[in-house]
Design a protein around this ligand. Structure first.
Ligand code: SF4
Length: 321
């Protein structure tokens, strides 16, 4: 990951307890080895503990989400008079306003503040009722829908992990390469580089955004175009790519080589793609072969596709999907 380190690591927010900080209600932490030992090589983590930030201190009385007649509230498990609902939501607004460089956010699961989903919400009588999102996380996601967000626990799933890291790199590319010198030309160039990445995640989204840029964008202001483009793109990328959709992209990429390959080489490539489609090998196998030939014979357009190298290969993500 030397390229990224030399370049500058990508700023990513994270629940402070995942970095091993002793900020939990019981004075403990939830250190994530994957975040600290692997992802910190390419992500520059900025930690936030909403409960500490609003002055709860540690150790502290735990809080929980309760659906009260006046709405969903974050209250003390023992003392209902402790109500930190607005404080958590206000802190999310503060983080949103101040940490504008973030390209992603990793949250602690199950927390009434930081949980992204499936956080227990209690009935006023004390019984678990439904599931929801922690109040800090929920507000942050509402304020910043383009921001890639994931829970640390879900990063154990190879497909979700690859999806999240891909989105962080795409968003970082957008914030650093397009936003500082925004023009319609830059947006179209960016889109052009991400076409196959988007196609792998969401074929209809790929068509919709293409249509938007060609037909609607010229009638909108630059800011409206950029805003709508990035929100739609990041929304479509949330859908993880599958073997079927990757296979479709691989076949498209192979199409760029048809004039340059002899029958035997084309057969080898098709076999590798089919082995991937039928679950015999991981994505890295057909992709490594394709990249080898695209480097030699591919047009400038196909060689610049982010899909070929969406993140540092040292992360090894395509060895598992
Ligand atoms: S889950 Fe969030 S609020 Fe709870 S200790 Fe971790 S960082 Fe703090």
């Amino acid at each position: 990951m030397n390229d990224v380190v030399a370049d500058k690591r990508i700023p990513v927010g994270i629940s402070a307890c995942l970095l091993g900080q002793k900020v939990r209600f019981d004075g403990g932490h939830k250190r994530s080895r994957y975040c600290l030992d692997i992802l910190s090589e390419c992500f520059e983590f900025q930690s936030f503990c909403p409960e500490m930030a609003i002055g709860l201190g540690t150790p502290r009385q735990p809080i929980r989400l309760v659906d009260l007649p006046e709405g969903r509230r974050a209250v003390g498990t023992k003392n209902r008079d402790l109500d930190v609902t607005e404080a958590l939501q206000d802190y999310a607004e503060q983080v949103h306003k101040e940490a504008t460089n973030l390209c992603g956010y990793i949250l602690m699961k199950g927390s009434p503040s930081c949980g992204m989903e499936r956080v227990k919400v209690y009935h006023p009588n004390g019984n678990p009722n439904v599931a929801g999102a922690g109040l800090f996380a929920e507000r942050l996601m509402q304020l910043h829908p383009a921001l890639p967000v994931e829970e640390e626990g879900r990063l154990k799933d190879h497909v979700l992990r690859e999806n999240f890291i891909t989105r962080v790199f795409v968003y970082h590319d957008w914030l650093t390469q397009v936003v500082p010198h925004l023009t319609l030309h830059e947006i179209i160039q960016f889109h052009s580089r991400h076409k196959y990445q988007l196609m792998a995640h969401h074929y209809q989204g790929y068509k919709n955004i293409g249509r938007f840029l060609a037909q609607e964008a010229p009638r909108l202001s630059l800011e409206e175009t950029a805003d709508r483009y990035i929100h739609e793109l990041m929304g479509y990328l949330k859908k993880p790519a599958t073997r079927k959709t990757h296979t479709n992209v691989l076949m498209h990429l192979l199409g760029y080589l048809k004039k340059h390959l002899d029958g035997a080489t084309r057969h080898d490539l098709l076999s590798a793609i089919d082995d991937y489609r039928t679950n015999k090998v991981h994505l890295i196998v057909p992709l490594a072969l394709l990249k080898h030939y695209l480097k030699r014979y591919g047009s400038e357009y196909v060689q610049q596709q982010v899909y070929l190298d969406p993140y540092p290969h040292e992360l090894g993500l395509r060895n598992y999907i």
